[in-house]
Design a protein around this ligand. Sequence first.
Ligand code: DX5
Ligand code: ZN
Length: 224
Amino acid sequence: MKPVKIAPSIVSADLGHLADQVKQCEDAGAEYIHIDIMDGRFVPAITIGWPIVEAVRRATGLVLDIHLMVVEPEKQIGRFMDVGGDIINVHWEAATHPHRIVQEVHARDRRAGICLNPGTPPDVLNAILPDLDQVMVMGVNPGASGQSFIESALPKIEALRQTIDANGYRAEIEIDGGVTTATGPRCAAAGADVMVAASAIFNAKASIAQNIKSLRDSVAALKA
Ligand code: DX5
Ligand code: ZN
């Protein structure tokens, strides 16, 4: 199986030791740090804002993958780029003008992604897919870590993989939510390039490094 990128989501990290937790991810070979921004409106929870992203930016050189679970994302993208976001992902369901958002992100030389909730089919992206750097398929309904994987994410990944490859588009497919050593390999087999994981990486069962290795090994164990 081709290797995947791993994006630990710090929503489940020990936030009292955030810089150290991020450093552990970096030392363990994670490719991205995924930051879940929840506004209490698009989803009920409120999580992380600009100052924490800024602190993570100071702590690591890794790509910061910003997941905006917010209403009116067009009002937020500029500030999250200012504080160091590298990939700016907005929800299709929240964005009235997704194409304009992608243009604004590209104007600042950042990568643009669009996220799809479990209830949103992949073909809504057909018109914008050539312009995207990333598509984030949600494996759970956004709002909390530790939920079970929703199986209908798999055919969505497969359909996107097919369209992206058939047309030579550059977008990478990221799966976010419910990723474990059991579901991760199935997502990779369906065509995912990037795996976000919160509870499978930050937990009391094993160290961050061991959990990242287990996830990577589970994917590598798949037959090509
Ligand atoms: C869901 C978030 C995810 C989530 C992942 O709302 O976007 O990034 O925290 O959590 P796990 O990996 O525990 O499903
Ligand atoms: Zn996320």
